[in-house]
Design a protein. Structure first.
Length: 95
């Protein structure tokens, strides 16, 4: 009898993996991870990160990617996250 691949079960949930990239300031891994997540998963992951962590993530991504990500989350959450950013960074994202 063949056992299913247990590697998926041993991987952390997406928000925990992303939190690790944020904590270690691993921009490349964060960018790659976000680009490989299914689009429907992004709002859920953002909702499970705190506002400060979400802001740090947005700072790690390209402005275009950050803009697209902000557009996937509820407006109130987006406003809270954007207030965690410097005015210039927030402007670059929403421009």
């Amino acid at each position: 009898m063949t056992r299913p691949d247990d590697s998926a079960a041993s991987r952390p949930p997406p928000w925990e993996a992303l939190q690790g990239f944020i904590d270690t300031s691993d921009h490349v891994a964060a960018r790659t991870f976000v680009s490989e997540l299914p689009p429907a998963e992004l709002p859920r992951v953002m909702s499970l990160l705190g506002n400060e962590e979400s802001a740090r993530l947005l700072e790690m991504l390209e402005p275009e990617t950050s803009r697209a990500l902000v557009e996937t989350i509820p407006e109130a959450q987006a406003a809270e996250v954007l207030t965690e950013l410097s005015p210039q960074t927030a402007a670059d994202i929403v421009a």
